[in-house]
Design a protein around this ligand. Structure first.
Ligand code: HGY
Ligand code: MN
Ligand code: MN
Length: 431
């Protein structure tokens, strides 16, 4: 079995990079909201995205399906190649008012890499997965798509309800899928590993004027929701000393979240020696009830997102933050309830696969910058089931989860070169 020597020529790659940017911008227009990019789990615009990606996968020569978790999956099984496949992909859902590249770039680049592999008759089976849900926006719990692929989907999640009261089970049915088929979404044992190409979403590569980063591991993440329950009352007639103001309590706690997270982290991060993987804590969602200017807020629902490279640091911080919420509530004579939605430990990337990726970055003439990921990714879920590796592209301005999110064509070029070298090396290793 011969392995073709060439990867795409520089001209071809530049054209490919321009086409990839254009494709991401087109997919960005497929949104729940006019004028901004919002695409939650299995909402109508997802069907538009899948129709487009499906036609491109079919054009490459892949067989295409949608599994019961709503993941779009393309498989290229070349004649003569063994059954063991390499999985590429990322997610196609977004946060509200998102950028055009978080997740989608990795899927569109995966299809281009598969196109090049087919054109070069690479004897390597390739599966591409467009994960249906990574952000956790619609149902509050992230990684629904990759949990199903990794065989970690807890059926109890099907009872989760979105802001409109639609259950996860119903959302899958409404998309024309059968929740009963979730176990079949699991990836097979004949998988070499998973490579996720993704924008860095942070400032490190730009600060060091680097194009690409090789991810050493993904920080652990805890997501909680808290309710501060006070007493709604008249804003004009209730003396300050008689109030049980849920929003004032929540506000005091939110400032404490920032103060506690700003403390220098005592333990060194596990995933390499990079300070950027220190503790971070965010309250991103606040909902006030009854949310009227002349009513003292009676109830406030808030989110909490805590991350750290070192699981003990994250767990200690979460315990301290929840304790702080209770003590503030008690002192103010109100209730505080909290619920953990997710506890995801830090996941190191697979050493061998990452070493091959680093060799390919070097072979492409680039410095190898190993770094942890402060953002969560599907690779952290698949990485608990099979070898996983991640390649970062520079995020200009370090901006992400924002309409100004961008990526440089040159970095797409270099990432395509690295990605095709990577697939070739894997094909060489398994022949
Ligand atoms: O939240 C994250 O870290 C990822 O962008 N979903
Ligand atoms: Mn994201
Ligand atoms: Mn992402």
């Amino acid at each position: 079995m011969t392995i073709p020597s060439q990867t795409a020529s520089p001209e071809q790659t530049s054209l490919a990079a321009a086409a990839i940017l254009e494709e991401c911008r087109l997919i960005a227009s497929m949104s729940e909201e006019p004028g901004r990019i919002t695409r939650r789990f299995l909402t109508p615009p997802v069907s538009q995205v899948y129709a487009r990606l499906r036609s491109q996968m079919l054009e490459v020569g892949m067989t295409v399906s949608v599994d019961s978790a709503g993941n779009l999956r393309g498989l290229w099984q070349p004649k003569g190649a063994g059954p063991r496949r390499m999985v590429l992909g990322s997610h196609i859902d977004t946060v509200p008012d998102a950028g055009a590249y978080d997740g989608v770039l990795g899927v569109v680049m995966a299809i281009e890499l598969a196109r090049q592999a087919v054109a070069n008759s690479l004897p390597l089976a390739i599966e591409i997965i467009a994960f249906s849900e990574e952000e956790g926006v619609r149902f509050g719990v992230p990684f629904l798509g990759s949990r199903a692929v990794a065989g970690r989907f807890d059926p109890a999640l099907l009872a989760l309800r979105d802001a409109e009261g639609v259950s996860l089970n119903q959302a899958i049915l409404d998309f024309g899928l059968d929740p009963g088929g979730l176990p079949q979404a699991q990836i097979g044992e004949d998988t070499i590993g998973f490579l996720e190409i993704h924008i860095e979403q942070g400032p490190v590569l730009e600060a060091e004027n680097l194009s690409l980063g090789v991810v050493t591991g993904i920080v652990g993440q805890t997501r909680c929701e808290l309710q501060f329950l006070g007493h709604a009352n008249h804003a004009g007639t209730t003396p300050m000393t008689l109030r049980h103001d849920a929003l004032a309590a929540a506000a005091e706690w939110i400032c404490a979240v920032e103060e506690i997270a700003r403390r220098p982290v005592l333990n060194p991060p596990l995933l390499g020696d990079h300070a950027e993987a220190a503790l971070v804590a965010t309250v991103g969602k606040v909902a006030t009830h009854p949310n009227a200017a002349n009513v003292i807020p009676g109830a406030v629902h808030v989110s909490l997102d805590v991350r750290a490279a070192h699981d003990a640091v994250r767990e200690e911080a979460v315990a301290e933050l929840l304790e702080k919420a209770s003590s503030i509530a008690m002192r103010r004579g109100i209730e505080c309830e909290s619920k953990r939605l997710m506890d995801q430990p830090a996941v190191p990337m697979d050493e061998q696969l990452t070493a091959v990726l680093a060799e390919c970055v070097e072979a492409a003439g680039l410095p190898v910058r190993r770094m942890p990921s402060g953002a969560g990714h599907d690779a952290m879920v698949l990485g608990t089931r099979l070898p996983a590796a991640m390649l970062f592209l520079q995020s200009p301005g370090g901006v992400s989860h924002h309409p100004n999110e961008s990526v440089r064509p040159h970095d797409i070029d270099t990432a395509l070169t690295v990605g095709s070298l990577f697939l070739r090396r894997l094909a060489l290793k398994i022949v």
